[in-house]
Ligand binder design. Structure first.
Ligand code: SAM
Length: 273
């Protein structure tokens, strides 16, 4: 099984049906890289508005071995200095308010609870320290495997609002994993009804595949339902059969939407997970 070294809230790294994709893609809301870093495609455009994540991933991809070794050493020294909640919070403060840099960012990831990357609505890290995580061999292997895997591919990194991304829409199929209106992650706090409408309008003349939640408890996403009808998109419910997420998702109807049968055939996904 391929893994992604970023434990990001909303990560789709365990949506295994994406791993078989083998055509040029744009991962429009790429987050921690749970989708693009696991596909078979060699031609990938990555985008997320969250700059720290994109810059770190871009560095891992583009850096020379010497630069990467130096980065590792610097991370090692900061991560090892974090040995209490106070020291973690001091470094977190430094990153949020004084020095936003990749080395501190990755040191915080390595020392956070469950290595979880979480930002609040002001785009500051609000992950916490649980006293157990540190720069261990397993994490080191994970990031080296990730680097080796992505280095084989042709990847372009971007950090812009989705509407401003430049790409050839005849060549690339969009993989769309936006903030969900009916979900609770912090980045959903600044995802508005207007963004939701903008997104569906933007997708209306493109080839795409999108995951989303259409129903949660008694709430339904009416904007999505209208767009599906208006643009004659097709969709299937995702079945979480063997997935650990299944237990948590009983009150949720999560779907995968395609602009056309042709796009669905081109992606050739078996979306029972
Ligand atoms: C559900 S998460 C994506 C998770 C990702 N697929 C993964 O596996 O890690 C949604 C992402 O959309 C990004 N986002 C929110 N608004 C955006 C916008 N207007 N343009 C581009 N990205 C945006 C957030 O920063 C967040 O990382």
């Amino acid at each position: 099984m391929k893994t992604c070294p970023f434990n990001y809230s909303g990560s789709k790294s365990d949506y295994y049906f994406f791993h078989d994709i083998n055509i040029p893609i744009v991962d429009l809301f790429s987050g921690g890289g749970g989708i693009w870093s696991n596909v078979k495609s060699n031609d990938i455009i990555v985008n997320d508005k969250q700059k720290d994540l994109i810059e770190l991933q871009k560095f891992i991809y583009e850096s020379s071995d010497e630069e990467f070794d130096k980065f590792f050493k610097d991370v090692y020294s900061i991560a090892n200095s974090i040995n209490s909640r106070e020291s973690f919070e001091k470094i977190r403060y430094k990153f949020n308010f004084e020095k936003r840099c990749k080395v501190i960012f990755y040191s915080l990831i390595l020392t956070s609870t469950k290595n979880m990357i979480r930002f609040n609505s002001k785009n500051n890290i609000n992950s916490t320290w649980d006293g157990h995580r540190n720069f261990n061999k397993k994490m080191q292997e994970k990031i080296i495997n990730f680097r080796n895997r992505i280095k084989q591919k042709n990847i372009q990194f971007n950090s812009v609002d989705f509407e401003n991304l430049k790409f050839d829409k005849n060549k690339y199929t969009l993989i769309v994993d936006p903030p969900y209106l009916l979900s609770m992650a912090a980045y959903n706090n600044y995802w508005t009804i207007n963004d939701e409408k903008r997104l569906y309008n933007f997708l209306s003349n493109k080839n795409f595949c999108m995951t989303n939640i259409i129903k949660r408890d008694e709430k339904t996403n009416e904007i999505l339902i209208s767009a599906i009808k208006k643009y004659k998109w097709i969709f299937k419910e995702i079945e979480f059969k063997n997935n650990k997420a299944a237990r948590k998702k009983t009150n949720i109807k999560e779907i995968i939407i395609f602009n056309s049968v042709e796009t669905s055939n081109n992606l050739n996904l078996n979306y029972e997970i």
